[in-house]
Design a protein around this ligand. Structure first.
Ligand code: ATP
Length: 293
């Protein structure tokens, strides 16, 4: 099978809201795909269609060669939704056993918990876990049925750095064994740290689908940073902010920006021009899209 999951021209409406607008996407075996986009872009809707929680208004969704509406197909996938309520009175080990029991092929409980740094908590009642521990447990449960394909909707939301790293290690271990993952994230470093392929979604459409590097190259925006007390309005600035005493300007034309900066007569020092982070690149893509509307 060359494609594990696929949408073909999928559109999803909620009343008058167009959440997804003719999205065609292929997920191939062994890929770790990061789905990136602002609030309301349609990321959760896409995941919900893949895991059979929602149906498309038009277009087709195929998972593991079948329909996500088929429970047999769903046994081959794992999912962690954006918000997961866990039964507070059960112990961690009991919940893992309960979830695993729904699958013909079950992950080893100790290995699963160890993978997500939850090994010491097997006898703990879920109600007594910290928010970060609960979230890691919710993600671990996606792997309880030894799935081939896992969908994680903002897996590390609300986690501190250490817990996030533990979770990344668990996801990486699954991927290293040949597992396929589609995850959404608002953390750009997460997408950069985990995914080889980035799908940028905005206003229900796929704006870009490529490697992190290719997306940066495609957008070609640069960050011009400098120290200045005040700056005049400068042409071609897509975004700007101040941080640690420096002004950061994002632009597609750094040469022109620097010429205009010098022309303006503004006092500045410490000029640097750097490639952008994914966030800045993404911002430029969406800004370009918006200007076409
Ligand atoms: N059940 C629903 N009823 C009505 N509108 C909905 C529903 N679910 C999603 N939407 C709308 O569809 C659009 C896409 O939402 P979706 O949750 O898929 O975006 P998202 O990219 O996951 O956002 P976030 O990053 O905030 O989770 C939004 O405009 C949202 O308000």
């Amino acid at each position: 099978m060359t494609v594990l999951a696929r949408t073909v021209e999928v559109t999803r409406r909620y009343g008058s809201t167009l959440a997804l607008d003719s999205v065609s996407l292929d997920i191939r075996p062994g890929e770790l795909v990061g789905l990136l986009g602002p609030n309301g872009a349609g990321k959760s809707t896409l995941i919900n269609l893949f895991v059979g929680l929602r149906r498309p208004t038009s277009g087709t969704v195929e998972v593991l060669g079948g329909s996500p509406a088929d429970p047999l197909v769903r046994r081959g996938i794992g999912v962690t939704p954006q918000e997961s309520g866990l039964p507070e009175v059960l112990r961690v080990g009991e919940l893992v056993d309960f979830v695993s029991a729904h699958f013909p092929d079950r992950a080893d409980r100790s290995e699963l918990l160890a993978r997500f740094d939850l090994g010491d908590l097997v006898k703990r009642q879920i109600g007594g876990l910290s928010g970060g521990q609960k979230r890691r447990l919710a993600v671990a449960l996606a792997f309880a049925g030894n799935p081939r394909l896992v969908f994680l909707d903002e897996p590390t939301t609300g986690l501190d750095v250490e817990a996030r790293r533990a979770l990344w290690d668990g996801i990486r271990a699954f991927h290293a064994e040949g597992g396929t993952v589609l995850l959404t994230s608002h953390y750009l470093e997460e997408i950069e740290a985990l995914a080889q392929r980035v799908v940028v979604v905005g206003q229900g459409r796929v704006l870009a689908d490529d490697t992190v590097q290719a997306i940066r190259d495609m957008v070609g925006v640069r960050r011009v940073s400098l120290v200045a007390a005040e700056l005049p309005e400068l042409p071609g600035v897509i975004a700007h902010h101040r941080e640690d005493g420096r002004v950061h300007l994002v632009t597609a034309d750094p040469d022109r920006l620097v010429v205009e900066l010098v022309r303006s007569g503004a006092a500045f020092s410490g000029l640097e021009i750097r490639p952008t982070s994914l966030e800045e690149a993404f911002l430029a893509i969406t800004a370009k899209e918006a200007s076409h509307v």
